[in-house]
Design a protein around this ligand. Structure first.
Ligand SMILES: Nc1ncnc2c1ncn2[C@@H]1O[C@H](COP(=O)(O)OP(=O)(O)OP(=O)(O)O)[C@@H](O)[C@H]1O
Length: 221
């Protein structure tokens, strides 16, 4: 018996280059509609940066795409199993070392190689350090290195550079650029420029209309 459950479905991985087409998507947070009418296509090898002011719904959209919460309506062409989601909670096991964390996640996602993840995020010197003894930026690097052992083609990233210093932002930018060259794709909510070519989607026009205003109109119908 493996020490932890393996995925019921085989990983999709890079061999399966995948478009992500979103049509007329509406999503909610805390039971209130946040965005409506969202639509875009993200193709293999491309990155799309989500823009918009604080509270517009970037996190809500990413969580919906990654299958962590249901959409109110609309369609998402790619299944959650095609996506690797990384956000503020990094899913690290505090008592496991850096290397053990990566081996754990590689096993969960049906992968073997962790060497590239250690290398691309400059974690080799920290390989035997328990995750709980890492600095905030080092933990974030490990959380992002996890993406490389998922083998999943579409990265869905919420503010991935929080806590990273300039050198680590550059490492992360290079890792994403490599992922794109391999035929992967990335959807990233960030307020900074990551050093590679990407399209942008401003979510401001997709802000959901307030429900109170709908009721106000109905009162005069
Ligand atoms: N746990 C929650 N329960 C209820 N409402 C929430 C919750 N988290 C966020 N919200 C609200 O949902 C809306 C969208 O929030 P979301 O976090 O998706 O925005 P964001 O664009 O990612 O913001 P930021 O740029 O500040 O990270 C905001 O109005 C926010 O106040």
């Amino acid at each position: 018996m493996p020490p932890f459950p393996l995925p019921a479905r085989p990983p999709i991985g890079y061999a399966k280059r995948m478009d992500l087409t979103v049509q007329d998507l509406a999503c909610a947070r805390g039971g209130l509609p946040v965005l409506e009418g969202v639509g875009f296509t993200l193709r293999p090898g491309r990155a799309l940066m989500l823009r918009g002011p604080n509270g517009i719904g970037k996190t809500t959209l990413l969580r919906t795409l990654a299958g962590l919460q249901p959409a109110l309506s609309g369609t998402i062409s790619a299944p959650p199993e095609a996506m690797a989601y990384a956000a503020h909670a990094d899913g690290l096991k505090p008592t496991l070392s850096v290397e053990e964390n990566l081996r754990f996640w590689a096993r969960v996602f049906g992968q073997r190689d962790i060497a590239r993840a250690l290398d691309e995020f400059n974690l080799a010197d920290l390989a035997h350090r328990p995750a709980q003894n890492l600095s905030a930026g080092q933990k974030r690097r490990l959380g992002l290195a996890r993406l490389l052992v998922t083998g999943r083609p579409i990265w869905v990233l919420d503010e991935p550079t929080v806590s990273l210093d300039t050198a680590s932002v550059a490492l992360f930018g290079a890792a994403v650029a490599h992922h794109l060259r391999m035929g992967g794709a990335a959807l990233i909510a960030t307020h900074i420029h990551l050093g590679f070519e990407a399209e942008e989607l401003d979510l401001t026009p997709f802000r959901a209309r307030p429900r109170a205003m709908d009721r106000f109109d109905e009162a005069f119908a």
